[in-house]
Design a binder for this molecule. Structure first.
Ligand SMILES: N[C@@H](CCC(=O)N[C@@H](CS)C(=O)NCC(=O)O)C(=O)O
Length: 263
């Protein structure tokens, strides 16, 4: 039995926070899911699975129908047990203790994947202060991450210019802070690779999905943001260094290639 079971759409850079962390910590993960367009045809549960043809439109299934809120549209099938464990109803969602305990938010699922392994200290920090500094970067990265989804989803839509402007400000302030942090330490949160480096790489990978919307951006007269990464010289070099880590490259290889930092 794995330490954690994670339900997610695939591929998903936010899921990769946990899979990368687990490679360093030694925790075992079981990942269940499918491509994003297939997930509305799944029952979201601890035992997540594709819905059988025979089950469709039955009252037993329809009682689990919920209106999608973010990233999906239309109906999603989430069991009561799924929502009890994961009250915000999002994926990635993780379960421990045979489904008795739910975890949500990709940063927290990653923390669990780090803490559950025998080598947790290697990436979580040794002292309460080191751990808290890593947490500070995780919280700050979440503020950066918050704007990525609306930016990507708005490509080609009437609010594209507004979400682009918000994303641009967030991109600049986050990258400036990371650049400053890396100008005085080898890794983002200090002298050792930590969860702070993992979320940095994974959220930039998510932002690199803007590459799928270049045409829409151009039609709206908007510049993609990731090509501006080299303006933050130290941060860009750091991403290149993380790309050379096999534990990162296993999941993020295609994203590193798209970001121009693959080895
Ligand atoms: N901040 C969350 C984001 C998770 C999220 O927004 N998930 C969306 C898909 S991108 C979801 O599961 N939506 C379910 C719904 O629309 O009901 C994280 O990092 O885990």
């Amino acid at each position: 039995m794995a330490d954690l079971r994670i339900v997610s759409y695939l591929p998903n850079p936010r899921l990769y926070k946990a899979t990368i962390a687990a490679r360093y910590s030694g925790a075992t993960l079981e990942v269940v899911g499918a491509k994003p367009p297939e997930m509305p045809g799944w029952l979201w549960d601890y035992d997540a699975r594709p819905i059988d043809e025979a089950e469709r439109d039955t009252p037993e299934l329809e009682r689990f129908a919920r209106t999608a809120r973010r990233g999906f549209q239309g109906k999603l099938y989430k069991t009561d047990r799924f929502l009890e464990a994961n009250p915000f109803g999002d994926i990635p969602a993780a379960f421990g203790d045979d489904g008795a305990l739910g975890l949500f938010e990709s940063n927290s699922i990653m923390r669990a994947a780090a803490r559950l392994g025998p080598n947790a200290a290697a990436i979580c920090g040794d002292t309460p202060l080191e751990q808290s500094r890593i947490d500070a970067f995780l919280d700050r990265t979440l503020l950066f991450a918050r704007d990525i989804q609306p930016y990507l989803f708005s490509a080609g839509k009437p609010d594209a210019a507004q979400t682009h402007a918000t994303m641009r400000d967030t991109f600049e302030s986050y990258l400036a802070g990371i650049e400053r942090a890396l100008s005085t330490s080898e890794f983002i949160a200090g002298s050792a690779l930590s969860l702070a480096d993992i979320v940095f790489a994974c959220e930039l990978a998510l932002l690199s999905n803007e590459g799928r919307f270049l045409e829409q951006l151009e039609e709206s007269g908007l510049e993609p943001l990731m090509p501006r990464l080299p303006e933050y010289e130290i941060a860009a070099a750091h991403l290149g260094r993380l790309a050379a880590e096999p534990n990162f490259a296993e999941d993020l290889g295609p994203y590193f290639a798209r970001m121009g930092v693959a080895n």
